[in-house]
Design a protein around this ligand. Structure first.
Ligand SMILES: [Zn+2]
Length: 393
């Protein structure tokens, strides 16, 4: 490995495992102790890492010097993450540990969607002008996009009918910071990997929003596959006789449980004047949100209860299929509906039933991540830290 590669490997190891001793770094990364000592010494001088005391857990059993523990300097530089979805745009600036120092969001109007690149350049410039101190130590910006990036052209290759004008190249040319674009859920997975030290090196991150996607981390790397279909879990069929999906197939998972389809169903229910509690929650069907659906479920609305139970059953089957086929060390689930305890418990029950034949099923494997609307921009910031700090240090 080159010195650059050794530096990146050691720094990423410290990010993931701090506080950690030099000897542990050498053992786990298989870089010689002498090289680890030399590089960590340079890192300390450069202000990239620091010594934070000694390992007290060794007790009397290991004589000799106590091991000095190392950690990164979290506020040395900052990264920005931006996510635009079909509905919102969100901006976040965070430390190297993912602690947010600034965040804001806005609804996206149709005119803005058509000029998304100009809008992002304008907003990012405005935010950084207001924060001159942070701006000075900003290492770069990650952009989480609602689709897939063609790496050659920085074009969003899915949902391009909504964002025909998005150009990663234009952002790179016109903003005075390094920019990297990536699929929003892949960003979320990377954020989980970098900022959550309890995350394993191989895991799946399953996000359900307006659409759904499942990103895979494999041995500390984002798994890509030969094309961008890997992870398009929303288009796996759960009922061949089901409704027709946007992709042309019938009964795709997302026709049951994406927010878009859930809202579509609940608006129809509302407008059909059926006996539903939804009509008591909002003055018009257009105002309905996912929170209203969650509320209607808890209030015992029978039609919503049935609909969500079917959705959870299909989701449970898909997640257990994923566990069997890929067998990742963990499957993280991220969806605003799962903030409702009854809904998340019902889902976990379905998954457990499906995995009964496995010796040690779900409790550790499947984990619901507390819902955070800024998970996308935070992940994008993590991806910027990887590309413009860890890998280039
Ligand atoms: Zn489909």
């Amino acid at each position: 490995m080159t010195t650059q590669e050794n530096r990146s490997t050691i720094l990423e190891y410290i990010f993931r495992h701090a506080p950690v001793a030099r000897s542990t770094i050498a053992k786990k990364t298989q870089i010689t102790p002498a090289t680890v000592t030399s590089i960590t010494g340079n890192f300390i001088q450069e202000g990239i890492i620091r010594e934070i005391g000694s390992d007290e857990t060794q007790g009397d059993s290991s004589p000799g010097r106590k091991k000095i523990l190392l950690d990164i300097v979290p506020d040395r530089v900052y990264a920005m993450g931006v996510e635009f979805t079909m509905r919102h745009v969100r901006f976040l600036i965070c430390s190297l540990r993912g602690i947010s120092v600034f965040q804001t969001s806005a609804l996206l109007e149709t005119e803005v969607k058509e000029n998304i690149t100009e809008f992002l350049i304008h907003k990012i410039t405005e935010i950084l002008d207001r924060l001159p101190e942070i701006s000075k130590s900003l290492i770069g910006i990650g952009i989480a996009v609602p689709g897939h990036i063609d790496p050659q052209q920085d074009k969003v290759t899915i949902n391009s009918s909504t964002y025909p004008g998005f150009s990663g190249k234009e952002l790179k040319n016109r903003l005075p910071f390094p920019i990297i674009c990536e699929n929003n859920v892949r960003c979320m997975a990377f954020g989980r990997y970098l900022f959550d030290k309890t995350s394993p090196e191989t895991f799946a991150f399953f996000h359900i929003g307006l659409g759904m996607f499942c990103a895979m981390m494999k041995d500390s790397h984002l798994f890509q596959g030969t094309n961008y279909y890997a992870g398009e879990i929303g288009h796996t069929i759960v009922n061949p006789e089901g409704k027709k999906c946007e992709c042309g197939k019938r009964g795709c998972l997302q026709t049951y449980c994406s927010e878009t389809w859930l809202l579509k169903y609940c608006r129809l229910l509302y407008e059909s004047n059926a006996n539903t509690v939804l009509t008591s929650l909002k003055p018009s069907s257009e105002d309905l949100t996912i929170e209203d659906i969650s509320k209607a479920f808890s209030l015992g609305d029978p039609q919503i209860g049935n609909y969500i139970s079917t959705a959870l059953k299909y989701l449970g089957i898909t997640i257990s299929n994923l566990a069997i086929i890929m067998n990742p060390d963990r499957i993280y689930l991220h969806c605003s509906l799962f903030s409702n305890k009854e809904i998340s418990e019902e889902l976990m029950d379905y998954i457990k039933q499906q995995l009964l034949f496995v010796d040690d099923p779900t409790d550790q494997t499947v984990q619901i991540v507390p819902y955070n609307p800024f998970e996308g921009p935070k992940g994008a910031a993590a991806y910027a830290i990887k590309n413009f700090y860890i890998d280039t240090i």
